[in-house]
Design a protein around this ligand. Structure first.
Ligand SMILES: [Zn+2]
Length: 260
């Protein structure tokens, strides 16, 4: 029994361009290989993210960066086999009767390695500045329009604490509930530990028997190609990606999902 059984379409809800690939790229490729239709909702255009040093660095903080990140996302989505990508705030991911809008990247700062917190400044068009109800209603509008069989987004910590991740997870969870569509959260592959007493509590150990882990090495090359699309954000270097700030992160094909 898999939580993917009898699912024929899945909507992934992510905060910024590149999140879909870094955290769920191999999973998306796997779903596509299983003939499950995959849709992607992206909340912001990653306007405040840093740019990889080198020839692209002069794009930082410009409107051109927004356009380039849109193109990078389209290329990654195509590589992974995503059927269609949507922007939050634009129909059909906009509540009926409201004018289209953009939600901007809220920015972040590192509290310590691996944990992000709110930026010192946030503009009033940012995702975290928007009322949660407005964000939820926009996600809900898309879920109603698509009627997917599963919605996937971050865990309650947003993966690593980024305020946009935490906010969009909250909205996606509430919107899924409003539309009575099952919601699964993404678990980092590092989470599973063997049950200490050797009993069969499942890969997440006691209390997470509803978690399911996928080992997806077969999609490594597709994942790398999709990662390479995000050239303003990261560089692929063998088994790792190098983020714009220089941090290295292993390319991860394994991922967990847990129904909430
Ligand atoms: Zn992100």
């Amino acid at each position: 029994m898999s939580l993917l059984d009898a699912r024929d379409s899945v909507l992934f809800v992510h905060a910024h361009p590149d999140d879909e690939t870094i955290s769920t790229g191999a999973l998306i490729a796997e779903l596509v290989a299983r003939n499950i239709r995959v849709f992607l909702l992206t909340a912001t255009r990653g306007e405040r993210g840093e740019v990889v040093p080198g020839p692209l660095a002069n794009l930082a903080g410009t409107e051109e960066l927004t356009r380039v990140r849109e193109q990078e996302l389209q290329q990654a989505a195509q590589t992974l086999g995503i059927e269609r990508q949507f922007w939050l705030g634009e129909p059909p991911a906009r509540a009926t009767g409201r004018a289209a809008r953009r939600y901007r990247d809220s920015g972040m700062r590192w509290i310590h390695a691996g944990l992000a917190g709110p930026a010192d400044d946030t503009d009033d068009q940012s995702l975290v500045a928007a009322p949660l109800d407005e964000v939820t209603e926009d996600v809900s509008a898309l879920i109603e329009w698509l009627n997917p069989s599963l919605v996937v987004s971050y865990d309650e910590n947003g993966g690593y604490g980024h305020p946009d991740h935490v906010r969009i997870r909250e909205a996606a969870l509430a919107a899924s509930g409003a539309q009575t569509i099952p919601f699964a959260e993404i678990l980092p592959a590092a989470t599973p530990t063997a049950p200490p007493d050797g009993d069969d509590d499942g890969p997440g150990g006691p209390g997470s028997t509803d978690a399911e882990y996928f080992t997806l090495d077969a999609h490594l090359e597709t994942l790398k190609a999709a990662l390479a699309s995000h050239a303003t954000q990261l560089t692929v270097d063998g088994p790792e990606i190098i983020h714009s700030g220089g941090q290295r992160q292993p390319i991860e094909t394994a991922v967990g999902l847990r129904l909430v």
